[in-house]
Design a protein. Sequence first.
Length: 235
Amino acid sequence: MAEIAWKLWLQSAFRLLFPKRCAVCDATLQDGEEAFCFRCNMGMPRTFYHLEKDNEVEKMFWGKIPLGHATSYMFYQKGSDFRRILHLLKYEGRKDLGYTMGRLMAADVGRSGFFEGIDVIVPIPLHSARQRERGYNQSECLAKGISEVTGIPVDASSVKRRVHTQSQTKKSAYERWENVEGIFYAVDKARFAGKHVLLVDDVLTTGATITACADALADVDGVRLSVLTLAVARS
């Protein structure tokens, strides 16, 4: 009993000295809150597109890939405090936030049956040089969080990025498509034959990157592709 009490005291002291903070508003998190305070969790700009047939995300891929279904979890909007989630995940080393958001997405979106029939999750790959620089692939972190909840395996090695492209951030829609054309390839296409593959990425803007990744699997016999991103850009 004394050992348990000592551990609890140490945990309380650690939380007091190094409190966990909300990824959006930086408020101190209370017991039971993970990554976000209750107010920010409730105020997250969720799209609820997974409840809408022929939603705006699905329309972005019509005629481009053998689409099952597609959705994005929240809106990414200029000036929104919630952009901080993506910034922390991509540029501040917060891969733990990727796992958390993956679990959150899976729990919320999964209630609609979105994951039924999906065989494998493929995160959009980074080039090896970019991944070494960052230390991780944020899309893979999201995918692993989703896998924890759904039990669907993650395959982060069978699709590769052959070109280290420039950032898409300041490019026009046409330049985004041109920048990613032909940059992905499948190491072993046979493993995806007849499979329903879920492509996972962090932010969806024009759909160019996901479509380019899907092209690497386009000639696989019987493949079906669905798409899930953490965020979709909204002006």
